[in-house]
Design a protein around this ligand. Sequence first.
Ligand code: DGJ
Length: 701
Amino acid sequence: MSDTPAHVRLDGHALTLVFACARDGAARLIHAGAKLPAGEDLAALDTAGARGRHENQPDVPPVAGLLPEAKHGLMTSPAVVLRRGGARLTTDLRLARWEATHEALTLTLRDEAAQIEAVLHWQIGAGDVVRCHTVLTNHGTAPLEIEQLASLALPVPARFTECTSYAGRWASELHEHRRTIAPDGLHRKSHGGKPGFDGGNWLLLHGPGQEVLGAHLAWSGDFITRLECDSAGAGDGTALLQLAASWQPGEIMLAPGASRATPPALFATADHRSALARAFHAHLRDDVLPVRKDWGPRKVHLNSWEALGFDLSEDKLIALAEDAARLGIERFVLDDGWFGGRRNDQTSLGDWLVSPDVFPNGLGPLIARVHALGMDFGLWVEPEMVSPDSDLYRQHPDWCLHAPGQERRTMRGQLALDMARTEVRTYLFERLDALLRENAIAYLKWDHNRDLFPSRPGQTDGFYALLDRLSAAHPKVEIESCSSGGGRIDFGVLSRVHRVWPSDNNDAIERLRIMRAWSQFLPLDVLGSHVGPSPNPITGRRLAMDFRAKVAIFGHMGVEADPARMTDKERATLAAHIALYKQWRGVLHSGALWRLAHPDPNVTGMMVTHMGRALALVAQTAFSPVFDAAPVRLAGLEPDARYRVTLPEPWPPRARHYLAAPEQWREGLVLSGTALMTQGLALPLTHPETAWLVVLERLPQ
Ligand code: DGJ
């Protein structure tokens, strides 16, 4: 029987978590939300939220605690499933001790009979984001298999009654689906060996008004997201959210004395979605991204993919680099096609040697020219893959994922390497390390264009091990995580890389939605955002350069098109926007993001504020049903401060004629924060594909 619980509180900036800890029993989370006053009576708080036993419960009502097990009549899916000798263990993990600091709690649970220990770590980090993980140790004398172990099992405060989950596909990532948290709950599980385009590793829960809770599993492999409505199994109405890595059978075997930590899961609550975005952004910037302070401003990229595809030669690339430099580009990225016999996507993955057909003198002359033009150099790689038509495959046909005796089915003409094998990782490290030592490469675009099948244990651990070893050897090389666009985006990979590629879709209308969706969790500094060609190769849509360029500014800007195929006017427009990006990236990449609301659902607005300066993007994608679209109301300003408001040029070609007082917009209007946030700005937003940038500068009092 457990003692009277002790109460422990953790405090963040505006958040308090309160736990009731019963020795030899369970730990319960009794408050997760607004910061409580210092003297709050935590025992009284516990009593105020407690329920008496009702008719249809076991005589001793089960307590789910923070690591629910299949015991005592608890009907929820267990957060921990273990096996020994092939048989499932019936565990009884009880709270043995806990240690707390102001913002972190460690709970040690033990099952003496099964000789298992589970340690739950809860920590309030930057942005008041709560970070949780579990470490399980096998103290027995026989091996122990972890079939499932949740990183987080969160009893959802009952005020959250709706959820937004995500769905998506290649080139159309992260569509929101909002619904009531219904009795059948939500069960998501990925199978492709990575989170995938549909963002099942991200979730929003909605409370009264605009209150929101965001949750995420920081893991680049398969995940399980489970929201179950009735954790006590007796209609008590409590929802339980579990986030866990989805491991293969037999993947996690603990020898006697061995431990395994889950990946972290994160959650945060906020008064509204903009505040939640800022919480995740602060957390990523301060607690997750590697050595951010050393990077300097995010350079403008030009990537060769949508300019040249596989049609590469030293001359063409040098011409492209020269055109790029004239636009103000700062980093030239050579995408796919530079190695082995890779003249199309059906060959040569794994042969990471510079192709003598394309570069008779190696990459040296191209890199020297790129440097002479004032840019640095980046290179595309896809290390975890192998083409059946490659020297690597011919030498090591057993290095790929395969089921013995079965057909090896390809995807995009390729197979995946078995990253759990040490010799595979050693080979890849040696090839990549040599490339980075032999060439002045500042940036790697690390791609991953195939689902992982047949599945094999250890892929994600192997991927992390390779990335970690390479980064340790080359700490100054920036890395982007790309997976045919946004197929592998999570805080696990982002603790190792510097940016992600949110989508292969550069169509600015699609990108607006995709960027808005990702920026719910990720700051603009890590979201690659490129100006693509027109017509767009994926959607076929033609969009004016002005619109494409304005949309691309709100991210880590780049160009993925051939300047030689643009008109002079387009090049001038693009160069002007690149200059604007350089002027404003300090704000965009350090500031606070605000999602702007507008009555027209086809108007997307975002703005970033930083130290009295702000830049907003307001974009209309459809033809407005009214001539005069509603004014855009800004956000995040100091109500009593006065701001100079300007519309930086170039202005959108058609809409500019509808501006009432162009000269005044050029010189600047001075308005209070209150006026800007309540009355707003009447921007011409009637025509489709119109975007405005708005600059705000706070004036001295
Ligand atoms: C998929 C990526 O998402 C593209 O940007 C490009 O790098 C291609 N792979 C190259 O094969």
